[in-house]
Design a protein. Structure first.
Length: 193
């Protein structure tokens, strides 16, 4: 539970005034959006399990969507580098031509459509390709559906599975994070151009 003890740790940790302000802002933001698990005592005893499960689900959903967006941007960069031969005196990143390509071509494509382009021109390990496809499927589940039934049926949560594990468990999110770190490392280090 978050108490004065955590405040003492902040002071003792040598944080700058700006870092302390950011910590306080994060506390306020987490509280505002209902992720202040350290304040679970403010909820009725019978609601606490549901509140904590909701918080876990929200944090993990955010992580999945962040990873999806980051991988999508790395794939966009690989596509742009291929088509525009960016860098070293060629088309600059901020050029109008590149901006139009991004706005009218790339932004209208799904991650999988863009990744197919990358796979067709670069050597991508099959394991990376499978993990990108799993990321896409998982993101679609968590981003487009909160409940298992149709409209008006809020009876149960959608099950989101990653490599046979419930993503909303420590085991599931750990496996996902390890794979996404590998995917991101590969895409960042990829020899393109």
């Amino acid at each position: 539970m978050k108490t004065d003890c955590s405040r003492e740790n902040r002071m003792a940790s040598g944080l700058t005034p700006k870092q302390k302000r950011l910590m306080e802002e994060l506390d306020s933001i987490y509280s505002l959006i209902g992720l202040d698990y350290w304040a679970i005592g403010k909820h009725l005893r019978e609601d606490r399990t549901g509140v904590l499960e909701y918080q876990r689900r929200q944090v993990i959903t955010g992580e999945i969507i962040f990873e999806y967006t980051f991988v999508s941007e790395l794939v966009d960069a690989a596509v742009c580098i291929y088509f525009f031969k960016l860098g070293k005196g060629r088309v600059p990143w901020g050029s109008e031509k590149l901006q139009r390509f991004n706005d009218y071509i790339l932004e209208g494509r799904s991650l999988i459509q863009k990744f197919k382009i990358v796979k067709s021109v670069y050597e991508i390990p099959k394991s990376i390709g499978r993990d990108v496809e799993r990321l896409n499927a998982l993101r679609n589940v968590v981003a487009h559906k909160c409940f298992s039934g149709g409209p008006g049926d809020w009876s149960g949560e959608v099950k989101a599975v990653y490599k046979g594990r419930d993503i909303f468990t420590l085991e599931g999110i750990k496996m996902f994070r390890e794979d996404m770190m590998r995917v991101v490392d590969f895409l960042v280090g990829m020899e393109v151009g």
